[in-house]
Structure formats: C-alpha cells, structure tokens
Design a binder for this molecule. Structure first.
Ligand SMILES: *Cc1c(COP(=O)(O)O)cnc(C)c1O
Length: 401
C-alpha cells in the first residue's frame, strides 16, 4: 500500500489483496518474484552496515528476500501482529517457534487434539533437547491450568480441532497462560485470519501451515509465525536466520496470490460445509455430525463468539462402524481420498485407519475417534455434487445394501 501506516484502517479483504506490496521502478502491478540468493552492496561500507544491522536492506535470501517479505508483511497485517517469519513448511514454523523461544528444561502444555506430526515433533525431537510436553483435553480449561508447572513456558493448541471440531477458548486460555507467565501459541491453520484472529483474543503467537487454506489450491508447502516484534521479529527470526528453514520466493509468491482470494474462498468453504453438515444431520445412515456451525454442537455459542464463521471441515459418524464408513468412502467418485485439507478440491478421510491409525484402539476411543468416523474437508465444487457423491454410499448403508 502507498502508506503502510494506513494498514490498521483497512478491512481484511483489502489487506489480503494489498498489504506489504512495494513496487520496483518497473511499476509492475502484480507482486514481483525475486529468485536471487544474494544482493549487491553499493560499497564496502554499506555491506558492513547491513551485516552489522545498522542499515536496513537485503543481505542474503536465507533471511531477507523481497517476495518473502511481502508475504510476511501481508500476513502480519491480516493477523494483526507486529512481525511475521515465513518458513519452509507449517512444521518448520512450529520448530522455529519452539527452538527460537525455548531451552532445555522448559515445558510445554499442549492440547491432545493437534496435528499428528506436531505430536511427533514434541515427543521425539523436542524431548531430546530436554523440552518436555504434557497433553490436556482442549476444552477443559481447568486441566490446562492444572498442567502448568513453574518451568512451563508455552501453551499450544489448534482450534477447532481436527477431526472432531472441538474448540479451545482462546480468551480464557490466554488469561490462564499470562497469569503464569506463559505464552499462548495458536495454530490457526483451520480458520485463517478471515474466520478467527487469535492475537486479538489474547494469544501471543499464531502459527500457520500455509500449505492449507492460505495457498488453498494444493500447490506449495510453507508456513509462518506471527506475533510481536521481539519474540517473533527477533527470537524466532534469529533461529530462522541461523538454521535456515526458509520459504522460497516462488512459494511466497504463490501464497500471496492465495491470500488475495482467501476471503471469498473461506466464505465459499463455509457455505458448502454448512450445507453439507445440515444435510448429513438428517440422513438416516448418519449417527452424529461434528460441525461448530450446527446448533447441536456443544460449543456452538463459543464458536459464534470466537469465530466469524464455522470453517470448511465437517466430520460425521456413519452407523455401522468401519465397514460402513469404508463403503461410503469407496462409493465416492468426485471426492479425493486423501488426508490433505484446505484445497478447492473436497477430500475425504477415515481418521481411525489413517491419520489416527497409529493410536491404540483405547487411545482412539479416548479421543472420540470412532471406527465409523469420516472427515470431509469441504472444497469449492457445487454443493449438490458433493452431496450426491456422499449420498451414493450413505443411501446404500441406510438400505443395508
Ligand atoms: C498440515 C498442518 C501442519 C503442518 O504443516 P506442513 O505445511 O504440512 O508442514 C500443522 N498444523 C496443522 C493444523 C496442519 O493441518
């Protein structure tokens, strides 16, 4: 934008299209891609001043690149944060946050219902560095509070959870965290800033897998960390600068184009998901539907308060357990059988035998992932076609055929 100081006055859709762009002397309308590893200095003195941090400017694309910076500035404006660090993937964003801010002996309290690979990162790799994690039930505020120890530094959650769309109360958890000198970190992958801005609700850091809705068309892998100038702008940035899990300029450009359509895409995902959830709720082969937009969702009131809409993920229990669920999945012709989400293309998964297949049957039952559960990440196809694709299998299950 011509005057970056105006960013606060613009709405989210405007920021998504405009924020962070700095035109070159060529006057290009669309953002430029800068595929360069290094930059030329005007003099030895200028090089010295840049390296010393006395003068702003590009140095080397592991940590300074104009296309990546445009993406960072745009996402920071959209999340309402002071600083953003773009990373090579969503997992790299979580790693950079933890290694930028924590040290051996520190402790994390995390929701039990998080992305499976995040659990592996905490249990197998951070644990090796002397950083221990305790898991709690996402919606149980008292459990979060009870799990905090003197050495706890960070509370970590995703909301709504995947695949059961359970919510964490960001305002309440921010209070609990801050009363004990801890940071609240929210992985905002499912809502994006269009549906939920955790920093406004008291969270300290927002994490993204840009791979999902920010791209929105299944093309690139990337991530981001958003927060304040010191923790994210200095400490997380310091880790990225040194360790190098950097986003490429090309991927940053793809994500910039993704952000430009994020609001209309999220609105369309929400409309399709709500339409599907309501239809499933009255289907005779369906036991239960999990979608925060349904009045039957136990945290519907919190979802209304915390989110501006209810998202694109719908899960449901099919009567008849695993065989019935597999029958519904195998009867689809349009939906993609894959675990990815946030794409224009609808995807369908059987969590009990894929994403949550490594859990013991008891642990799965504990987390509410039944054998009849199906998750649909609702895409942007015509809703009638999505419903018809699922009706084929569901009607057969209902008829017992
Ligand atoms: C996919 C995902 C991640 C990891 O992101 P990658 O880009 O695949 O590394 C982290 N959190 C959530 C909620 C995700 O869905």
């Amino acid at each position: 934008m011509k005057n970056k100081d105006n960013d606060k006055e613009y709405g989210l859709a405007t920021l998504a299209v405009r924020a962070g762009q700095v035109r070159t002397p060529e006057g290009e309308h669309s953002e430029a891609i800068f595929p360069t590893s290094s930059y030329v200095f005007g003099s030895a003195r200028e090089a010295a001043a840049r390296f010393a941090g006395d003068e702003p400017g590009n140095i080397y694309s592991r940590f300074t690149n104009p296309t990546v910076r445009t993406f960072q500035d745009r996402l920071a404006a959209m999340e309402g944060g002071e600083a953003c660090v773009a990373t090579a993937s969503g997992m790299a964003a979580i790693l950079a946050t933890c290694l930028g801010l924590l040290r051996a002996g520190d402790h994390i309290v995390s929701s039990r219902s998080i992305f499976g690979t995040t659990t592996v990162l905490f249990n197998n790799y951070l644990a090796r560095c002397g950083i221990e994690t305790t898991y709690v039930e996402l919606s149980d505020n008292a459990a979060w509070e009870a799990a905090i120890r003197p050495e706890t530094r960070l509370l970590f959650l995703e909301t709504p959870s995947n695949p059961l769309t359970e919510l964490g109360d960001v305002r309440a958890l921010a209070e609990i965290a801050h009363a004990r000198d801890c940071l609240l970190v929210v992985d905002n992958c499912f809502c994006t800033p269009i549906l939920q801005r955790p920093l406004d609700q008291g969270a300290d850091i927002v994490i993204h897998s840009a791979t999902k809705y920010l791209d929105g068309q299944g093309r690139c892998v990337g991530g981001a960390v958003v927060g304040d100038a010191e923790r994210v702008g200095q400490e997380v940035f310091g880790f990225l600068r040194t360790a190098g899990p950097t986003m490429s300029p090309f991927n940053a450009w793809v994500f910039l184009k993704g952000l430009e359509t994020l609001k209309v895409r999220m609105q369309a995902h929400c409309v399709n998901a709500a339409g599907l959830a309501r239809w499933l709720e009255v289907h005779p082969a369906v036991e239960r539907v999990y979608y925060p937009g349904l009045e039957s969702h136990p945290q519907h009131a919190l979802a209304r308060e915390q989110q501006s809409d209810f998202g694109g993920i719908v899960s449901f229990d099919v009567k008849g357990g695993r065989d019935a669920a597999w029958q519904v999945i195998d009867a689809t012709e349009l939906l993609s059988i894959t675990a990815n989400l946030g794409d224009t293309k609808s995807t369908i998964t059987h969590p009990a035998t894929t994403t949550h297949g490594r859990l013991t049957p008891e642990a799965r039952a504990d987390s509410g992932i039944g054998d009849g559960l199906i998750r649909v990440a609702v895409g942007l196809e015509d809703i009638d076609d999505i419903r018809a694709d699922l009706a084929r299998g569901l009607d057969a299950v209902a008829d017992g055929s």
